[in-house]
Design a protein around this ligand. Structure first.
Ligand code: PLP
Length: 378
């Protein structure tokens, strides 16, 4: 028996990743290169193996959320460009220099501190807050924004190589959101062009995330910072996408016990499930909320056993959950249970699961916990 079959595991299809990269590449303008977003352990898929595959696919730009992730990527990728999208305390300027990492710079004050701590040169991209309201230079006009960016660019120990922004509602295709997104695009491009008219030509200008690449593609963006679509999930499920994607992660576990229960028998904590009649077949499964399969899915989710959808019944426990397998023939101890993924003609995606309890596919895959081994398949 394969050792990972003991309990719960996540299958990561590198073939699906490759297929997604191919289809995403088809969307890119000649002027735009893919910047693979591999923060949060490649959205829970496992940074090392995902990075290796991406490099085989020819990806050269990577984005992460913090310095630890950046250094970890650098270890396996001596040549690629690595951008930290989020905050790095300025005291770590030396590490940025030592590992040749590009830092997102979110304000002039922050730039000053970084400049002060740097020994030689810290490479950076300047983040503009055009409407996300999270981090970045925030001004009423592109002209004022360019003034502030110019001050940052003039700092001796910073090497500014790019300007970027992030969208708030690029994933929502209604009129209001589209016009908000267009305003954001307009602002960042005008800021860039204003700098250019002053004789400052930055190598990079970027603003496309997955949703924008799919719904608001723009050849002015030199990089497309794609995350979720690489992993085969929707930026905003079920809003349709112009490309075909294959989910990269599946989540599987094993049936530990099957028993017949009778009318009135209850299952699990709180006795929220009581058998409505005799002859119900209940199965116990080796996965629970400590694996990242949320307790909020209790009584809501389905899983696939022997090619059939079966409902999760009763409360999901830390390490186990229960199913009604009456509708699936011959379920027995040792059967594989697909919680996310495909079995026969049935498929359950992380997006579908997320929509059951008011979250997004991103949170599901990022939340599959450490104790669940990632098994890489073709
Ligand atoms: C996470 C992130 C992305 C990637 O977003 P997706 O929706 O996964 O494509 C891009 N840019 C920034 C700044 C991010 O934080």
């Amino acid at each position: 028996m394969k050792p990972y079959l003991k309990r719960a595991w996540a299958e990561i299809s590198l073939g699906a990743l490759e297929s997604n990269i191919r289809n995403i590449s088809g969307l890119l303008s000649d002027n735009t290169e893919l910047m693979a977003v591999i923060k949060a352990d490649a959205y829970g898929h496992g940074e090392d193996d995902i990075l290796k595959k991406l490099r085989q696919c020819g990806v050269k730009y990577f984005a992460v959320s913090n310095l630890d992730e950046a250094i970890s990527v650098r270890k396996h990728c001596p040549d690629g460009e690595i951008l930290i999208l989020g905050y790095t305390p300025p005291e770590y300027a030396h590490e940025l220099e030592e590992h040749n990492i590009i830092q997102g710079v979110l304000s002039y004050d922050y730039a000053l501190e970084l400049n002060e701590q740097a020994l030689r040169k810290v490479r950076c991209h300047i983040k503009i807050d055009t409407g996300m309201g999270r981090i970045g230079l925030k001004f009423n006009s592109p002209c004022e924004c360019a003034d502030e960016a110019e001050k940052i660019i003039a700092l001796e120990k910073l090497e500014a190589e790019g300007l970027y922004t992030h969208y708030a509602v690029a994933d929502t295709p209604d009129e209001d959101c589209n016009s908000y997104t267009e305003k954001q695009t307009d602002f960042i491009i005008k800021t860039y062009d204003e700098l250019k008219s002053r004789g400052i030509s930055l190598k990079h200008l970027h603003f496309l995330n997955s949703a924008a690449l799919c719904h608001h593609n723009n050849s002015r963006s030199t990089l497309a910072r794609a995350g979720i679509i690489m992993y085969g999930l929707f930026p905003n499920y079920p809003v349709p996408l112009p490309i075909e994607l294959k989910p990269v992660m599946s989540l599987k576990a094993v049936v530990s016990q099957v028993k017949e229960i009778h009318k009135g028998d209850s299952l699990s904590y709180g006795r929220t499930y009581c058998a409505p009649c005799d002859g119900i077949k209940a199965a116990t499964v080796t996965v629970g909320y400590a694996d990242g399969y949320s307790r909020l899915l209790s009584g809501k989710a389905q899983v696939i056993v022997r090619g059939k959808r079966c409902p999760v019944i009763g409360r999901i426990c830390m390490d186990q959950l229960m199913l009604d397998v009456t509708g699936a023939d011959g379920v027995q101890e040792g059967d594989i249970v697909t919680l996310i993924g495909r079995d026969g003609n049935e498929e359950i995606t992380a997006d579908e699961l997320a929509s059951l309890y008011g979250t997004i596919g991103y949170e599901i895959v990022c939340g599959i916990s450490k104790r669940v081994p990632r098994i890489y398949v073709d």
